[in-house]
Write a protein that binds this ligand. Structure first.
Ligand code: NAP
Length: 331
């Protein structure tokens, strides 16, 4: 089978597509013929050796995938051969197949295509966890979302609106802001040439944002702390800007606010069944048209470096999906 391999940590161009031996299937594992795999910002960090997870070399990147179960281990009870599934696999998605624990595959309704499903677990799973468990977002609160056209950002706008929040969306270009507007954001801020602090304070009549969803970090985080409401919750989701910020504790004291970490891997580790149940619910919402995952582009397996370059250049919106077969990914 073909797999994209990271043989040494480095730039996307160093990834190699090659034929590899199929993995041995363990007792409680299933073998999935992968049809599509979602690309995440973290794939770039992982293959560069800059992510918190460093799989032993060589490994295939690809944190999430969707496909068909082709074989099950003798100890498997909840999945059958022929099932359509999606998975949070953390790595190994950019390949033609992957063996994985049956606990980490989630059933896929027939109405959801592999391409849509492949773009689903990491971002929707993270955002649901962030806004509910970590921020306890309430209806009527002001939710400020940074990088609001990104994979996680657009889901935060969508789920935030579903939860009844008033959403202020920030992004770097007017084109991206137009896409975000289509997902129901109430207020738009172009943070390339507008001050986040001034706009948020003006929009909220000086109150500030109750919940801030921050996958960017660096300067954006620093400004966020200057426009957070009393008792606000600032979600530390990621550091796309490249600088891991320091937290001035005096501001936390002054605002009586909380800086709250978001780490989906921890949630999966401690509350796997809840994580699974949420997908059943969110996939149903998708089938009903209540959620509208945005897949802005698909690339074949031999073009992952090009796809990663788009993300690095900050020009991707929503999600990019890698298709691993020449046909059939939409089935
Ligand atoms: N904590 C968790 O469990 C978890 C889970 C998923 C993702 N994340 C993190 O969330 C962040 C976003 O992930 P994603 O996959 O949604 O990303 P993405 O779709 O690739 O979007 C990243 C966005 O960040 C913004 N950005 C700001 N400065 C940037 C820079 N120097 N280079 C590139 N982008 C920059 C851009 O939006 P603008 O141009 O509008 O600023 C860009 O669209 C990443 O840091 C990722 O690791 C964390």
């Amino acid at each position: 089978m073909k797999a994209l391999l990271c043989k040494q940590f480095g730039a996307p161009e160093t990834l190699v597509l090659q034929e590899v031996e199929p993995a041995v299937l363990n007792d409680r594992e299933v073998r999935v013929a992968i049809h599509a795999a979602g690309l995440n910002f973290a794939d770039i960090l992982m293959t560069a050796g800059q992510y918190q997870v460093k799989p032993p070399l060589p490994f295939s990147p690809g944190m999430e995938m969707a496909g068909v179960v082709t074989e099950v281990g003798p100890g498997v009870t909840r999945v059958r051969k022929g099932d359509r599934v999606m998975s949070t696999c953390i790595h190994g998605g950019f390949a033609e197949e992957r063996c994985i624990s049956e606990d980490m595959v989630f059933p896929l309704p027939d109405e959801i295509s592999f391409v849509t499903a492949a773009a689903f677990p990491i971002t929707y799973g993270t955002v649901f966890h962030a806004l509910t468990d970590r921020a306890a977002l309430k209806s009527g609160e002001w939710l400020l979302v940074h990088a609001a056209s990104s994979g996680v950002g657009l889901n935060a706008v969508e789920l935030g609106k579903m939860m009844g929040a008033k959403v202020i969306a920030c992004s770097s270009t007017d084109e991206k802001l137009q896409i975000i507007k289509g997902y129901g954001a109430d207020e738009l801020v172009n943070y390339t040439h507008e001050s986040i602090r001034e706009r948020v304070l003006a929009i909220t009549d000086g109150r500030g944002a109750d919940v801030i969803f921050d996958p960017v970090g660096g300067d954006v985080f620093d400004e966020s702390l200057r426009c957070i409401a009393w008792e606000g919750r600032l979600l530390v989701v990621g550091f796309a800007a490249g600088r891991i910020q320091q937290i001035p504790a005096n501001r936390v004291l002054l605002k009586e606010c909380q800086i709250v970490g978001v780490n989906t891997s921890q949630f999966i580790k401690h509350k796997l069944e809840e994580y699974r149940d949420r997908f059943a619910m969110m996939l149903r919402w998708t089938a009903e048209g209540k959620l509208r995952p945005l897949i802005s582009a698909t690339y074949p397996l031999d073009q992952v470096a090009r796809a990663m370059a788009t993300v690095k250049a900050r020009s991707a919106t929503g999600k990019i999906v890698i298709t691993t077969r020449s046909q059939g990914a939409e089935q």
